[in-house]
Design a protein around this ligand. Structure first.
Ligand code: MG
Length: 480
């Protein structure tokens, strides 16, 4: 009788707008690698690094080949968590930092899902609170607690507050990251060799603790960002050297997470996404400790495709049809509105966001991704726009001074270039001269992006500034 009563109640309420556990409300797991390139997984053509768990995940879901993050770590995390291009994300004091500092008034995925009863957990790298050694070159924190994960919607945090370094080897006297649990520093410095294994153990424990309530697990690995670290079990196994060892341990970690979901009976109630924050870091001093963007052009910090087109694998047994590959456009920007729609959560009503709901497309109710366009920013500099198959690369000088330290990886473009990304993933044939009309159309698109979202020398009409006082300064005045 009691069960019948509950059934009637569910029928009357229809489980809407508040989804019910045990109905259709999924859990969300985002596994976010750091500096893993488009060409680093066997499922994306790598012939040297063994990634059987990710390959299986791709076979059991959809493998995207035009999936975009951003071109550098901090902004990429801000984009994923807010569904917004980093240039429009609000920062304390209305500033704009090379690594985005997330204003407390920004709404993260964890905060958007919380009213629906979701618990948010961040296992891994945060890098949205500034501070730390990166800016000062050495030392640890302190970090403003208002900017840390526990104040940005995550009930549980275990990981590194910032990045782990900028050199091939751990520098004896240089920056070393600490390891934290919530607001407590557990170790300083932490042992990079153990991070992937410890994150995995923490992720499994988080899933076990929260098996009976909806959750959003953001598993943001610190690897394979330099300096690399790998546990003894994986050291020396890969023909690709230490970098390969590190990626193979990440693959093992994915297998542990997916296996835990099966063991807990949550496999068909959990949407798992695997991707990377930006392309591979390929620079002389790092040697073979950087990854591969093949067959794409470019690397981390650039806005050629290899800088921000990354692996994107979505898996949800019973809901996303297995065995799919798609070259349609999607982005980490889209995760927030996609998860919100699936969870029945409302989007922030007081601000425009850039993300689009991928749900109908991923679940097979629509043949087309809602995303037809993507805009390529280096820091605040709009460098290219994509609309469907066409990518227009805008003029720019070499090493633009307003692109902060990203600029050293940015080459000159002396006249607009047009690439057909359906036929030419490697951006090797500039077809601007043969397509005047397309160039003109995309130039107009770029101008509308500048007006609404902004550029290095311009504040967009939709940029967000939460604090009173002056907004970010113009970073330069170059415009041919
Ligand atoms: Mg990165």
């Amino acid at each position: 009788m009691q069960r019948l009563g509950q059934g009637l109640l569910l029928l009357v309420l229809g489980c809407l707008p508040v989804p019910c556990r045990g109905q259709e409300t999924p859990n969300f797991v985002v596994i976010f690698a750091d500096d893993l390139g488009f060409g680093d997984l066997a499922a994306y053509g790598n012939r040297h690094i063994r990634t059987p768990n990710l390959d299986r995940m791709a076979r059991e879901g959809i493998r995207l080949t035009s999936f975009y993050a951003q071109n550098v770590c901090g902004p990429s995390r801000a984009a994923l968590l807010t569904g917004s291009y980093p240039i429009r994300v609000g920062e304390p004091g209305n500033a704009k930092n090379a690594h985005t500092v997330l204003h407390p008034d920004e709404r993260t995925i964890a905060e958007v899902l919380k009213p629906q009863g979701y618990v948010g957990g961040l296992i891994g790298k945060w890098h949205l609170a500034g501070g730390g050694g990166h800016e000062r070159g050495r030392g640890t924190g302190p970090y403003n607690p208002d900017l840390m994960p526990n104040s940005q919607g995550f009930e549980y945090f275990f990981g590194t507050p910032s990045h782990n370094g900028t050199t091939r080897e751990v520098q004896p006297g240089g920056w070393k990251t600490e390891l934290m649990r919530n607001e407590e520093v557990l170790e300083s410095p932490t042992d990079l060799d153990l991070l992937t294994r410890r994150y995995t153990q923490e992720a499994v424990a988080f899933l076990e603790r929260n098996r009976d309530r909806p959750f959003f697990l953001y598993l943001a690995h610190t690897m394979p960002h330099v300096p690399l670290g790998v546990s003894p079990m994986f050291k020396g196994r890969s023909v690709r050297g230490l970098y390969g060892d590190v990626v193979e341990e990440l693959d093992w970690s994915v297998g542990e997470v997916l296996g835990t979901l099966v063991r807990l009976g949550l496999d068909d109630r959990t949407l798992v996404v695997f991707t990377s924050d930006n392309g591979p870091w390929i620079e002389g001093h790092l040697g073979d400790h950087g990854g591969s963007a093949e067959p794409l052009r470019g690397f981390k910090m650039s806005t050629w495709e290899g800088g921000l087109r990354v692996p994107g694998i979505f898996r949800w047994p019973g809901r996303i049809a297995p065995g799919q590959t798609s070259d349609q456009i999607a982005s980490t920007l889209d995760l927030l509105p996609t998860f919100a729609a699936l969870a029945g959560a409302g989007l922030p009503a007081d601000r425009p966001i850039d993300g689009l709901d991928l749900g109908p497309w991923l679940l097979g109710d629509s043949a087309r991704s809602p995303r037809q366009r993507f805009y390529y920013f280096a820091f605040t500099h709009l460098q290219a726009v994509r609309d469907g198959r066409w990518k227009l690369v805008l003029e720019r000088p070499e090493n633009p001074p307003w692109t902060s330290w990203y600029g050293r990886m940015i080459d000159a473009v002396t006249a607009p270039q047009l690439y057909d990304l359906e036929l030419d993933w490697g951006e090797s044939r500039n077809v601007a001269a043969q397509n005047d009309d397309v160039v003109a159309r995309l130039m107009r698109l770029a101008e509308s992006v500048r007006a609404e979202i902004g550029d290095f020398d311009r504040i967009g009409s939709d940029a967000r500034f939460f604090d009173t006082g002056a907004v970010r300064p113009r970073m330069g005045a170059w415009r041919k």
